[in-house]
Design a protein around this ligand. Structure first.
Ligand code: A2H
Length: 253
């Protein structure tokens, strides 16, 4: 954890029923993967969610109806932020591993893809955010390379039981134009830096720095309610709207 508090937006990615046997105890509840993001304005371009296959997760009671799947650490933080049925104490209904979550169909706010799937990523940190990440390959180099790896490596899909239909139909969806990098900035920067896989962490850190800063300062929205607006201006508007309609909550750590 850094010195500065980080203010995330938790995107409520709804698990589409019927639930698989592992989630059977949650039947009748509204169950969400709670994904921590710093880029709520990119949610139009979601293609999947990421989980750490051997990571430990739980299904935690947020209120009478809603259940969030995330790490226990995040559930504890949320319980101090009034997001727990029992104040200051997380209630875990089901213990889960990341592998249990792979292949869950999700309906996520603002996403042009109506149904997306939960997929494995190996670079997820369990001591940051919720341990669940929503994937926007147009604007995140990490997401772009992890999705490319799954698309191009049948053995990687097989290793984690990932079906072709959860990955192959999903293309990069343009969301933001950056003058220097175009409308698929993550793809362009990964290509320019000759990044070959999600394992090239140093190069990916460089790619992230380039796209993250330029996206915020020079990016323009291409889609959605605020198409044509600068990212700087659109970001707080999109975030507020997601919070207001109950499709997201704030989370700081
Ligand atoms: B961002 P910071 Cl489009 N492990 O969301 C690894 N990465 C995690 C994580 C975890 N436990 N929790 C969150 N993240 C990712 C969107 C996005 C993000 C875009 C572009 C850049 C970007 C879609 N993925 O992040 O270390 C989440 O991915 C680049 C920094 O707290 C979250 O925002 O600064 C970001 O990292 C938080 O990283």
């Amino acid at each position: 954890e850094g010195v500065q508090p980080q203010d995330y937006t938790l995107i409520k990615m709804e698990v589409v029923p019927p639930f698989p046997p592992k989630l059977g105890a949650l039947e009748g509840r509204r169950v969400f993967l709670a994904a921590a993001t710093l880029r709520p304005e990119t949610m139009y371009g979601q293609t999947n969610s990421w989980v750490l296959p051997n990571g430990k997760y739980g299904a935690f009671e947020i209120d009478e109806t809603d259940v969030f799947i995330m790490t226990e650490r995040a559930a504890l933080n949320l319980s101090y932020q009034k997001l727990s049925r029992v104040p200051n104490k997380p209630t875990c209904l089901v213990e889960l591993t990341g592998q249990d979550l792979i292949g869950l169909p999700l309906r996520s706010p603002l996403s042009f893809n109506e149904i997306i799937y939960s997929l494995p990523m190996l670079n997820i940190l369990t001591d940051k955010g919720t341990g669940i990440v929503t994937s926007v390959p147009s604007d995140s180099p990490d997401d772009y390379m992890a999705l490319q790896d799954l698309k191009s490596k049948p053995a990687l899909r097989a290793k984690f039981g990932v079906k072709n239909d959860w990955v192959l139909p999903f293309e990069v969806v343009p969301v933001i134009n950056i003058p220097e990098f175009g409308e698929k900035s993550a793809m362009k920067v990964c290509f320019d830096l000759k990044i070959k896989s999600q394992n090239e962490k140093e190069k990916l850190a460089e790619a992230k720095k380039l796209t993250y800063l330029k996206g915020f300062t020079e990016g323009t929205m291409l889609v959605g309610e605020y198409a044509g607006m600068r990212v700087q201006e659109a970001k707080p508007l999109i975030r507020s709207k997601l919070l207001k309609v109950g499709q997201a909550v704030t989370y700081s750590e």
